[in-house]
Design a protein around this ligand. Structure first.
Ligand SMILES: O=C(O)COP(=O)(O)O
Ligand SMILES: [Mg+2]
Length: 215
């Protein structure tokens, strides 16, 4: 039976509004103007430390303060990681269908593991997942294939599918040697044709049919 691992931000959940709120609270604490949602979305993908680095660069903050301001942003985010974050339409139904059909499910995200787990719990979808690998769970992050390998190893099945929304996810799947399904409504920057994928979908209602056909 097949195992399926999901990316989190821009794939299972639209989380950018809470990420934006945390980044803007950090900026406000420095007396700086907020950033709009499209700008924040363009900074998501390589994990929270990288997002803070990008926010600092556009607001002219000294790079030496990166460690401190990453912690400030993470503290704000940890206190409110699921206030505005919602699953995309039909995500919960798809997870129910897939787990009911015997698929082993997991999460591999570049978001730090603690807020990733908090979000899954707050949205009551943690029960579907046998493993959660975060951006700080290992020494390396996606697009290094190690976090994805770790997730699939924990699920313990051979046939493998990774579901994600970004160029980072497509590259990670390619380097890990697993099939990739692209959710087209997330935070991708390049045209969907530019990303290697076995399947693409704009509605989670379409995913179980594809997964079952290749299981
Ligand atoms: O936290 C990020 O920057 C990206 O997270 P994701 O890997 O779940 O898309
Ligand atoms: Mg993503």
């Amino acid at each position: 039976m097949k195992s399926i691992v999901f990316d989190l931000d821009g794939t299972l959940v639209d989380s950018a509004p809470d990420i934006q709120a945390a980044a803007n609270r950090m900026l406000a604490a420095q007396g700086l103007d907020p950033l709009d949602l499209p700008t924040i979305i363009s900074f998501v993908g390589n994990g929270l430390p990288k997002l803070v680095e990008r926010v600092m660069r556009v607001r002219g903050l000294a790079p030496e303060r990166h460690g401190e301001l990453t912690q400030v942003t993470l503290d704000f985010y940890s206190r409110a990681s699921a206030d505005l974050t919602r699953p995309y339409p039909n995500v919960i139904k798809a997870l129910e269908t897939l787990s009911g059909a015997g698929f082993a499910l997991g999460v591999c995200t570049n978001k730090p593991e603690a807020p990733a787990r908090d979000i899954l719990c707050a949205l009551d979808i943690e029960r579907f997942f046998g493993v959660v690998v975060g951006g700080d769970s290992l020494a390396v992050k996606k697009p290094d294939p190690a976090p994805l390998h770790r997730a699939f190893e924990a699920l313990g099945h051979d046939a493998r599918l990774y579901v994600g929304d970004s160029e980072i996810d497509a590259e990670t799947a390619e380097r890990a040697g697993v099939d990739f399904a692209l959710f087209t409504e997330g935070y991708r920057k390049r045209p969907m044709e530019a990303l290697t994928h076995a399947f693409r979908f704009d509605d989670f209602a379409a995913l179980p049919g594809f997964a079952m056909q290749c299981a």
